[in-house]
Design a protein around this ligand. Structure first.
Ligand SMILES: NC(=O)c1ccc[n+]([C@@H]2O[C@H](COP(=O)([O-])OP(=O)(O)OC[C@H]3O[C@@H](n4cnc5c(N)ncnc54)[C@H](O)[C@@H]3O)[C@@H](O)[C@H]2O)c1
Length: 288
């Protein structure tokens, strides 16, 4: 019988450096890393909105590293292609002897219904079956209200597709710890409210689609050092970070790659009984 390891990968020193920190875990030569096979996404297709940069790009990278094919959805085709090129280069470095899973880019405004419908149809045409949707497209603006309809529009298309084809899929809506707690000192009532709605949308869909085998959850990050946050700090003053870090029990913001493990767990069969949950990854911020 041919044994093809799923999540068990042969990694060399350089590629391990990207995945295991601190470096005391590094072996002196290549070795096999063992992990639960249920974390593997081999054979799955994952759609990630907002994946030309930031958390969405991290999620798509984590999925591809776990063996999935993927669709990068964002506002510009060039941005999607650049993101895919950078993900492909990380994959080649990590698994030098394996081919890169199929990754395709789609320009789409996630808040325009007709755009979402035609993009979803194109993704289905290209890939056939979709198993995972993550909605990471988003903005932060502490003055004007945001439009988060994008999460619903994509979730609706994914839900219809999964119901129609009897796919035991996983949908992860990206909310925020701001769905649970009012962060300080910035004033962001509109953001907090919209994230609360995203969290409740996930719970509602979980009750409607759970009986048909589709799991819907929300992932609520704390402060992650993405371009979005860097931009916000440029507008509002870098000293904000000192205030934030005082409120984080771990005493620091997170790097975007620190969500990779959580998203793979939520998308894969490793979380097979997770449904309607909001998973908060915030270094302990919401404890205080
Ligand atoms: N960074 C954080 O600290 C943090 C914390 C909690 C939650 N979040 C949430 O995570 C999500 C991603 O945040 P990020 O920090 O990666 O932001 P980011 O700005 O780095 O990336 C967001 C991506 O979404 C895309 N996008 C925005 N509007 C879009 C639209 N209408 N259609 C298609 N694509 C669109 C942007 O082009 C961008 O590539 C957001 O929903 C954000 O609210 C972020």
């Amino acid at each position: 019988m041919l044994f093809r390891p799923s999540s068990v990968q042969l990694l060399c020193r350089q590629s391990l450096r990207n995945h295991l920190k601190p470096s005391r875990f590094l072996p002196s030569a290549c070795r096999t890393i063992k992990t639960l096979p249920s974390f593997s996404l081999e054979g799955k297709t994952c759609v990630v909105t907002g994946s030309q940069r930031g958390l969405g790009k991290e999620f798509l990278t984590a999925f591809a590293l776990s063996g999935a094919r993927g669709a990068c959805v964002d506002l510009s085709q060039e941005g999607c292609e650049a993101s895919i090129a950078s993900i492909a280069s990380e994959l080649q470095e990590t698994y030098p002897n394996e081919s890169v899973p199929e990754l395709r880019g789609y320009a789409c405004n996630a808040t325009i219904e007709s755009d979402v419908k035609s993009t979803w149809a194109k993704i289905v045409e290209d890939f056939g079956k979709i198993d995972v949707l993550v909605t990471a497209a988003g903005i932060v603006d502490n003055v004007e209200a945001e439009n988060y309809d994008g999460s619903w529009l994509f979730a609706r298309e994914a839900g219809k597709h999964m119901l129609q084809h009897n796919i035991q899929g996983s949908i992860v809506l990206i909310a925020s710890m701001s769905a649970t707690i009012c962060v300080r000192p910035q004033k962001q009532a509109a953001y907090n409210t919209s994230k609360g709605a995203v969290q409740m949308l996930a719970k509602s869909l979980a009750t409607e689609w759970g009986p048909r085998g589709i799991r819907v959850n929300s992932l609520s990050p704390g402060y992650m050092r993405t371009d979005l946050i860097k931009g916000l700090l440029e507008n509002e003053g870098k000293e904000l970070v000192n205030n934030w870090e005082k409120d984080i029990p771990m005493g620091r913001m997170a790097e975007p790659h620190e969500l990779r493990g959580t998203i793979v767990w939520m998308a894969s069969p490793a979380s097979s009984y997770l449904n309607g949950s909001d998973v908060i990854v915030d270094g302990g911020y919401t404890c205080w």
